[in-house]
Write a protein that binds this ligand. Structure first.
Ligand SMILES: *Cc1c(COP(=O)(O)O)cnc(C)c1O
Ligand code: SF4
Length: 393
């Protein structure tokens, strides 16, 4: 039986008519959080043409949809890019052998024992502070922790994590993620961020990854932004996969974060059927820079159980990148990333525009360049080292 984060109280769930009239800004984020739909039976009558999936998909990965997110879903079309991200389909019941791992990225192997710190790269750590999110994405890379979460990472575990950051003075960069750090209330965030800042003055860059900003923009309040500003959080990364997720409400709340002097980045997961399309990506990244949010990473879907049908082949990702570079503003072009199996880490997926080749006579190399339109030119000089030999008297 699925453990529900909020006890099911149908009285709190909005019917279709109520949802159409619902103003997410009319109540606190906590109240909206309590109105999440957590079973497809609860969405019956709210959305039409729901796929009748086997209950076992819920045992593997819970469902959660905020009313605001439900408003963005097309009530009739199962191919709606937002529905596809959040509602289970029969694809999840089939699983090719390779797609059965829950910790595909080997994060557990890089976790500091007793903490929720993943210390994989030099001088920076990933701090998984929360183990839940406002809305659960079917392709989630951290299904192993967010699905049946009870709400928060153990207090002692957070304490030990902060101890670790404080004791390891080589750590310059702390990335708070989860789950979603914004599922904590402002007071708890204030405590955690305050403890990092006061106990680890060696930390130069403090950033936070949150999808709640997008799934429930009303979580972003002037009070929250004051907490982030007080502890000098320098960057907030949000996660958007389709232009349909960018609304006037989101823009207004993003502006509040920016007014606190915090730079913002966008991360996107490349999802088959949702955004594996050059026009969709161009529009998403342009809308993103329009609101002053810099596209940062496009991740390949991780091969976690029940997500294999979203995976876009590497070759197609290269084509998507080529459809962006040169064609839209440079700052709108993110880096494409695949996270290597078992802890290899982030690897950029970059098409090759400049190739060095050996000259047929073996006398040196020539560099062949190709631009975004496919025009090519040879640049022999680029293969040479023009530095002068050291003069001897
Ligand atoms: C992504 C990630 C980071 C941050 O990487 P950046 O490239 O600096 O954004 C840090 N630690 C882990 C384990 C990560 O997966
Ligand atoms: S927001 Fe991120 S961590 Fe949360 S369910 Fe979606 S992919 Fe997973």
């Amino acid at each position: 039986m699925l453990q529900r984060i909020i006890p099911l109280d149908t009285g709190k769930l909005l019917t279709r008519v109520q949802l159409d009239a619902y103003d997410p800004e009319s109540e606190s984020w906590q109240k909206q959080f309590a109105r999440r739909y957590v079973h497809h039976a609860e969405l019956d009558g709210v959305l039409n043409n729901m796929e009748n999936v086997n209950e076992t998909v819920y045992d593997k990965f819970a469902i959660a949809v905020t009313p605001y997110m439900a408003q963005l879903m097309d009530p009739d079309d199962p191919q709606c890019p937002i529905r596809m991200q959040y509602l289970p389909t029969f694809h999840e019941e089939t699983k090719p052998g390779f797609a059965t791992m829950l910790d595909q990225l080997g994060e557990e192997g890089d976790t500091v024992p007793g903490t929720s710190i993943v210390h994989r790269y030099p001088r920076r750590v990933l701090f998984l502070v929360s183990n839940t999110c406002a809305t659960l994405c079917r392709f989630c890379t951290r299904k192993r922790m967010v699905s049946k979460a009870t709400g928060s990472v153990h207090k002692e575990q957070i304490e030990r994590s902060i101890d670790y950051i404080a004791a390891n003075t080589q750590i310059q960069d702390v990335l708070l993620s989860g789950g979603d750090p914004l599922t904590f209330d402002d007071q708890r965030l204030d405590e955690i961020l305050g403890a990092i800042r006061s106990r680890a003055p060696h930390v130069r860059f403090l950033r936070l990854g949150s999808r709640m900003v997008v799934q429930m923009p009303t979580r972003v309040t002037p009070e929250l932004c004051a907490v982030l500003e007080k502890h000098r959080v320098q960057m907030v990364n949000i996660h958007i996969n389709h232009p349909k997720e960018i609304t006037p409400l989101l823009r207004r709340r993003v502006k509040l974060i920016q007014k606190a002097g915090i730079m913002m980045g966008l991360q996107t997961v490349c999802l088959k059927g949702v955004n594996d399309d050059v026009e969709v990506m161009r529009e998403l990244f342009l809308q993103s820079i329009e609101m002053g949010v810099r596209p940062y990473y496009v991740y390949s879907t991780d091969m976690v159980e029940g997500a294999h049908h979203f995976v876009v082949p590497h070759k197609r990702m290269l084509e998507l990148y080529e459809g962006l570079r040169g064609w839209i503003s440079g700052p709108a072009v993110p880096t494409f990333i695949v996270d290597g199996l078992g802890g290899l880490g982030k690897l950029p997926i970059i098409p090759s525009y400049v190739n060095e080749e050996l000259l047929p006579d073996g006398s040196g190399t020539t560099v062949k360049c190709r631009n975004y339109k496919g025009m090519t030119v040879e640049m022999p000089g680029l293969g040479q080292d023009f530095s002068l030999p050291t003069q001897s008297n």
